[in-house]
Design a protein around this ligand. Structure first.
Ligand code: ZN
Length: 105
């Protein structure tokens, strides 16, 4: 098992990391005294299996909202939303290739 490290993702500070309650999905929330940043070192979403993720994405592809998927899959809707966003980023975006880069100097 990996040793739990509490390191601020924003400033990289390891000292002064303080537990600060939990997120809506039940993950430990941390607070950095150095830069006053709040973060979640171990988001709950990582606990979901690939299978769960695939099923959620399938539901999203069928036109379900993140909220609907969250309800159907019994997970936080923010998690479903994030997966949806990640998936959206993966899709190829039409790139403007009108510039051929052969402009004479
Ligand atoms: Zn920090």
């Amino acid at each position: 098992m990996k040793k739990e490290e509490n390191k601020c993702p924003k400033c990289g500070e390891e000292k002064g990391q303080q537990k600060k309650g939990f997120t809506g999905s039940g993950s430990q929330r941390m607070y950095c005294n150095a830069c006053k940043n709040k973060y979640t070192p171990n988001p709950k979403s990582r606990a979901y299996s690939d299978e769960t993720r695939k099923q959620a994405l399938r539901l999203l592809a069928l036109g379900n909202t993140g909220r609907g998927v969250g309800k159907a899959m019994n997970m936080s809707k923010s998690n479903a939303y994030r997966w949806a966003q990640e998936e959206a980023k993966k899709k190829p975006v039409s790139v403007d290739k009108s510039h051929d880069g052969t402009r004479s100097v």
